[in-house]
Design a binder for this molecule. Sequence first.
Ligand SMILES: [Zn+2]
Ligand SMILES: [Zn+2]
Length: 81
Amino acid sequence: MTAKCTLCDDGGWVCEDHPGRPWEGARACSCGAAGAPCPWCNVPAEGETPRMLDGFKTEVDKYGWKQPRKRTGLSFGGWVG
Ligand SMILES: [Zn+2]
Ligand SMILES: [Zn+2]
């Protein structure tokens, strides 16, 4: 594949605290912060959910999607949108 996103290493997610580092993969940020959708390749359209990582379920309710966290799975504190 040549269309590799160098921001998130094609994971679709970056570190929330360090948006220049991927959240998954060999170069993943290890600070433990929550993930944020990659602003280059994983920007959800209005009313849509961002692409989720393997192992994380997208949970969507009337409040929108929930942000996953590396340590605890799905977070109930990080609302976006
Ligand atoms: Zn980080
Ligand atoms: Zn990306």
